[in-house]
Design a binder for this molecule. Structure first.
Ligand code: ADP
Length: 210
């Protein structure tokens, strides 16, 4: 979240002087209260400050900007997703394995002729096909993939926490981020993996200086 310089100053003042009224914040900053009203309203709506009637503004538990913007409860899938590697169902298992190496991916998503999500293939799926001595040059990847509607997906507006819970519950490494296109069809707009989620923790740690 991008806070303006003025909003950051308001947070600092509330942190030092809470509870503090809107008028007192305005005095300290040298503005009138109506000038600050949009900032105060933004900061309360976004959960950084609470406005207590007849008392004043206080800082909520997740308080500083860096803590707030790094908060795992605040971050959305769209903030941390990365680009998805995908391939068409008709491609051979061999070509899918080559793509996994070229793109340095762990899981590959599969799309139908119209570009809609149709499946997922993981490293273990590939290993199984090789152990089972499949003709990987001729058998299409569609034969070994986990197929829709059994694909666990996420979307831009889910929180990272919701996405992480799905990944843990279903014991998978990654999920496609999708957009519903009607008629039970989904377009892939990215992916969320254990790596993306670990990255959020790393950023949280760095931002909090720990
Ligand atoms: P790996 O096989 O490398 O350990 P996963 O744990 O992600 O990777 O995959 C385990 C199984 O779950 C595979 O058979 C794979 O096809 C399937 N799978 C992977 N991702 C998903 C997903 N998002 N939805 C449904 N099934 C999945």
């Amino acid at each position: 979240m991008n806070l303006s310089e003025r909003q950051k100053k308001i947070i600092e003042i509330v942190q030092k002087c809470q509870p503090i009224t809107g008028n007192d914040i305005a005095d300290k900053l040298g503005y009138t209260k109506p000038t600050l009203r949009p900032d105060l309203s933004f900061l309360t709506r976004s959960g950084i400050l609470s406005a207590k009637p007849n008392v004043g503004y206080i800082l909520n538990q997740v308080s500083t900007e860096s803590e707030y913007s790094a908060s795992i409860f605040h971050k959305k899938v769209k903030d941390v997703k990365s680009s998805a590697v995908y391939i068409e169902e008709e491609c051979s298992i061999h070509n899918a394995i080559v793509k996994i190496f070229l793109k340095d991916a762990g899981t590959i998503f599969v799309v139908d002729k119209n570009g809609y999500l149709s499946g997922v293939v993981s490293r273990k799926d590939f290993l199984k096909s090789i152990m089972g001595k499949m003709d990987i040059h001729n058998v299409p990847v569609g034969v070994i993939m986990t197929r829709m509607p059994n694909i666990i997906t996420t979307n831009d507006d889910e929180t990272i926490l919701q996405a992480a819970i799905k990944i843990m519950d279903h014991k998978i490494d990654s999920m496609p981020v999708v957009e519903y296109a009607g008629n039970n069809l989904y377009k892939i707009t990215g992916k969320i993996s254990k790596t993306n989620i670990s990255q959020v923790f790393v950023e949280m740690g760095k931002n909090s200086g720990k």
